[in-house]
Design a protein around this ligand. Structure first.
Ligand SMILES: [Ca+2]
Ligand SMILES: [Ca+2]
Length: 177
């Protein structure tokens, strides 16, 4: 895996460790799911349920793949080994990406306005300047909207172990200007 990929997922690990105790647990994912759903008040119930389910699947994939001793905690080293293994994590991140992007497109027209994008990404914990840099990298339209499909693809790329120099790298604090 490349350095950029490691930096990307290290940042997500720090954000997902919502209670800051250095390991991921089921509680972290429940907390994160609630925060993200609250950031999309216009989304319908089905989209919110899908997001909750996607966070749960994210957690259960980690727990099933990694938590051999069953103590309900995932370390950074375990996390990186799993999420950067496409054969173990691709389908989970695909579900997660679709659910997150759908929350940002409550009217279902396939487009996401910047405020909706910013609200969701702030809820996860990314920095405002990083979020705007990413949105700009997606090439928003004149109405400052991006395509859902572009965002979904970028989320999947974010977890790709061999990709560098991608828009998702803009979310890592050290690379922001
Ligand atoms: Ca934690
Ligand atoms: Ca829309």
């Amino acid at each position: 895996m490349c350095t950029e990929a490691t930096k990307r997922v290290a940042h997500v690990f720090s954000l997902f460790d919502a209670n800051g105790n250095g390991v991921l647990e089921a509680d972290d994912f429940d907390l994160m799911a609630n925060n993200v759903i609250e950031a999309a008040p216009e989304a319908d119930g089905a989209a919110k349920d899908a997001m909750r389910a996607a966070f749960r699947q994210y957690w259960t994939t980690l727990a099933t793949e990694l938590d051999a001793n069953g103590d309900g905690k995932i370390s950074y080293e375990e996390y990186v080994a799993c999420v950067l293994s496409p054969e173990r994590f691709d389908s989970t991140i695909g579900v997660f990406a679709e659910a997150l992007a759908a929350l940002g497109d409550p009217d279902g027209d396939g487009l996401i306005e910047r405020p909706a994008f910013v609200a969701l990404m702030r809820a996860i914990g990314f920095g405002r300047a990083n979020i705007d840099a990413l949105f700009d990298a997606f090439g928003p339209s004149d109405l400052d909207r991006i395509q859902v499909a572009v965002w979904v693809a970028a989320i999947k790329d974010y977890y790709a172990p061999d990709k560098a120099g991608i828009p998702g790298d803009l979310l890592v604090p050290a690379t922001a200007v």
